[in-house]
Design a protein around this ligand. Structure first.
Ligand code: OGA
Ligand code: MN
Length: 220
């Protein structure tokens, strides 16, 4: 598979090829160099500069049954909007990725929603799925990490579990700057181990369109 740099823009062609192979073979991929370094640095600055007043304590579930479940999750989020200048370029990069994935896998991905996330020291997210079969329009999850110099003793790992045996770990990944995790939202349980220092990321979801008779379905 060949991609020209001028077509891929903020995406690195080699990592893109690897990502597509991984998704095809195993349904998940961890890539350290997919996104352009300077974009990652701008996103990191934007994440760090968000004032806590612009963020909210994350909840679990969709709008209709929204609850702030602070026992399973402790992070602050801020949805990406056009007013975020680095965020805008990230959305453009992910939109291109969406088109490439649609061409490769016929997933019918319709849009992409994403938020900055800040875990303070001690922050964690218990094991969960991002989507339940038949109940969500989230198809493919992404998490981009935005932390300089993250060491093993900082903990805060992203832990991915097997799609069939939900007790079996398939990998543990430090939230290192530029690392991107991509996985099928309904299939892979995952968790965030408590971090020992502040931890920034962008979590996002490619979604299909389930709109029926006037109800716009993709909803937060
Ligand atoms: C999430 C999530 C993982 C991470 O926000 O749903 O699972 O490593 N995040 O931040
Ligand atoms: Mn998740």
């Amino acid at each position: 598979m060949q991609f020209d740099a001028d077509i891929t823009g903020f995406l690195q062609a080699e990592a893109l090829t690897q990502l597509i192979e991984d998704i095809r073979l195993q349904g998940y991929s961890i890539q350290d160099n997919l996104l352009d370094d300077s974009l990652v640095s701008r996103l990191q600055n934007e994440a760090e500069s968000l004032d806590v007043s612009q963020m909210k304590l994350a909840g679990v579930g969709r709008k209709q049954d929204y609850i702030q479940e602070q026992d399973s999750r402790r992070d602050y989020i801020c949805w990406l909007e056009d007013s975020h200048s680095a965020g805008r370029d990230f959305i453009q990069a992910m939109d291109l990725l969406k088109q490439i994935l649609n061409r490769q896998f016929m997933l019918g991905l319709f849009d992409y929603e994403s938020h900055y996330a800040r875990y303070q020291a001690g922050g964690y997210y218990e094991k969960h799925l991002d989507a339940f079969k038949g109940k969500s329009n989230r198809v493919l999850s992404t998490v981009l990490y935005l932390n300089d110099n993250w060491q093993a003793e900082d903990a805060g790992e992203f832990v991915l579990f097997d799609e069939h045996d939900h007790e079996k770990e398939v990998g543990r990944y430090l939230p290192k700057k530029g690392r991107l995790a991509v996985f099928l939202s309904e299939d892979f349980p995952h968790q965030v181990i408590a971090a020992n220092r502040q931890r920034h990321s962008i979590a996002g979801w490619f979604r299909i369109n389930n709109s029926v008779s006037g109800t716009i379905d993709p909803t937060r």
